[in-house]
Ligand binder design. Structure first.
Ligand SMILES: Nc1nc2c(ncn2[C@@H]2O[C@H](COP(=O)(O)OP(=O)(O)OP(=O)(O)O)[C@@H](O)[C@H]2O)c(=O)[nH]1
Ligand SMILES: [Mg+2]
Length: 333
């Protein structure tokens, strides 16, 4: 397991000996750029390959160091747990990465730290669209030349792509009877939420994990928003507002000839949807800025799913050929 040149840390470290007390401990330091690694380790004089050298490691301990090849140094300090910890804390503070050693051990087949992290991430990724992108990361990181720093665009694109790993929250909102639960059930392909011709049929919000055009989202069907004197409704409306305030995207539904409800200004973007397009009154097909659906008949549903996915993870993000900072260990400097 090599430290990757673009892992940003000057070197990655992993203990080869157990954390129990012993005469000596062995720490393997992997790197690709010797001078960066040596600077972080505080090595003033260079090591000669395969010749053990007794060094003072800053103020912590004496240790024997052996550089085994162009990319690995073994460090052998005294094996007490306190010394081990102090050494680890000291070198962590100088940017050496001890974090991914467990990941590396779990994926011995991986060719690099980036690949080990990608395989680990793949195991927990929510969305099918994450798979191919994660498998491409090893080659992409290898293709870049160190030293590399992500741009703000890289970081922002990476954050949006991370929605493929942890489902973003999409809240569907609208007046009572707008057709929110019917849309939810249509997207789920099964009944998950009560649809009823009387307004107020959804009393509490209903959350479901949905695959929306290859992006798995936490879809939340909220109760219709209307002033109410009923105690339960007031509570459920409060709960709905909490969900709305945490949403990454709002899908706002309005029946033909009715207004979209107002929500307080939020961070989350809003997609406006005109529902029940099959009804005769809805000859408003070309309404500016609104998407037309009939959840009962299924009209416009695939396009809406695509719009939802695009609003959260765009085609441009998915097709971008740059690297993805898909794991916190890749952002550590
Ligand atoms: N014609 C037609 N009727 C629809 C459509 N979508 C929903 N409805 C009907 O509208 C009524 C209300 O639908 P719901 O999905 O329960 O509406 P809701 O927005 O969840 O309502 P609340 O939970 O009460 O806020 C039901 O009778 C649905 O069958 C549609 O696309 N076309
Ligand atoms: Mg409902």
């Amino acid at each position: 397991m090599r430290s990757h040149p673009l892992s940003q840390a000057p070197a990655s470290a992993r203990w080869l000996t157990a954390p129990t007390p012993g005469a000596i401990a062995i720490l393997s330091i992997d790197f690709t750029d010797y001078s960066r690694a040596a600077a972080a380790l505080g090595l003033d004089k260079p090591l000669t390959i395969l010749r053990p050298s007794h060094r003072r490691i800053d103020v912590i301990d004496d240790a024997v160091l052996v550089q085994v090849d162009a990319r690995t140094i073994l460090v052998m300090p005294h094996g007490g747990p306190m010394i081990r910890q102090r050494l680890q804390d000291h070198w962590t503070s100088r940017g050496i990465d001890f974090g991914s050693s467990e990941t590396a051990a779990a994926f011995p087949e991986a060719r690099s730290r980036v690949e080990a992290l990608a395989l680990e991430t793949l195991a927990g990724a929510a969305s099918p669209r994450a798979i191919l992108l994660l498998l491409q990361q090893e080659a992409r990181w290898q293709a870049l030349a160190p030293p590399w720093r992500p741009t703000l665009q890289d970081e922002q694109r990476s954050l949006r792509l991370c929605r493929l790993l942890r489902p973003p929250v999409v809240a569907v909102i609208g007046a009572p009877n707008a057709g929110k639960s019917t849309l939810t059930n249509r997207l789920a392909g099964r009944p998950v939420s009560i649809e009823w011709h009387e307004p107020g049929s959804t009393r509490d919000h209903v959350g479901v994990l949905l695959d929306v055009d290859g992006l798995v989202v936490r879809w939340v069907d909220t109760p219709g928003m209307a002033p109410s004197s009923n105690e339960i409704d007031a509570d459920s409306a409060k709960l709905a507002m909490e969900v709305i305030s945490r949403a990454d995207l709002l899908v706002s539904l309005a029946e033909p000839a009715s207004q979209w409800i107002d929500v307080p200004p939020m961070q989350a973007p809003i997609i406006r949807v005109r529902s029940k397009s099959d009804l005769p009154r809805s000859s408003v097909a070309a309404e500016a800025g609104a998407h037309l659906i009939s959840a009962s008949r299924g009209d416009g549903i695939n396009d809406l799913a695509r719009l939802v996915r695009q609003s959260l993870v765009s085609d441009a993000d998915l097709e971008h050929s740059g690297v993805w900072l898909f794991h916190p260990a890749l952002t550590a400097s």
